[in-house]
Ligand binder design. Structure first.
Ligand code: HEM
Length: 151
């Protein structure tokens, strides 16, 4: 089938290209199933609770609004940024790469056009790197506090 050129940045084009709610649910389920089964994603999986139900639901809500569709995350959770929701997550280079690899494979498995795959991967990479930088910053050795015990 010939691919129809589409500017995914405009309006709800990305939401439509994803297949609206149903498409996003399929994508998110594939993503978490891959995270749950790929051995190279074990460091990422370990950061999550045993049940992935909450993460699945919230990523569906998030992607809906993020792609230009209904703002379900804001409606159901509130105005929480990705930085806030990941502030307590000890993201490592390995787990960040696993997140991106699972998402890349999920997009391919769902049969999206290459242009949509590349567009989304480009968009996911920026917040993923910010989360890593934030986690590395938080994990940095703190400066030595002066001790007065010897005084
Ligand atoms: C950089 C690598 C990433 C790691 C290691 C990571 C890890 C996690 C973890 C551990 C949770 C908590 C799951 C739970 O408690 O059920 C979570 C939640 C979530 N993640 Fe990520 N994540 C990453 C990247 C991303 C990216 C790039 C996005 C979207 C662009 C994203 C979207 C979300 C959303 C929407 C939630 C639910 C937040 C909430 O609690 O309301 N994550 N993530």
């Amino acid at each position: 089938m010939t691919e129809i050129p589409m500017d995914y940045r405009i309006g709800d084009n990305a939401y439509l290209a994803a297949g609206k709610q149903e498409g996003i649910e399929t994508l998110v389920n594939r993503f978490y199933d891959l995270m749950d089964s790929r051995t190279d994603a074990s460091s990422l999986r370990q950061l999550h609770p045993d049940s992935l139900d909450r993460a699945r639901q919230r990523l569906v809500w998030f992607l809906s609004g993020w792609l230009g569709g209904p703002a379900l995350y804001q409606q159901n959770v509130g105005n929480q940024s990705l930085a806030m929701s990941h502030a307590q997550v000890a993201v490592t280079r390995d787990s960040m790469q696993a997140w991106l690899d699972c998402m890349s494979q999920a997009l391919q498995d769902c049969g999206y056009p290459q242009s949509f795959h590349d567009y989304l991967m480009h968009r996911f990479t920026t917040p993923a790197h910010s989360m890593l930088m934030m986690a590395e910053y938080q994990a940095r050795p703190t400066s030595t506090t002066p001790s007065f015990s010897a005084v």
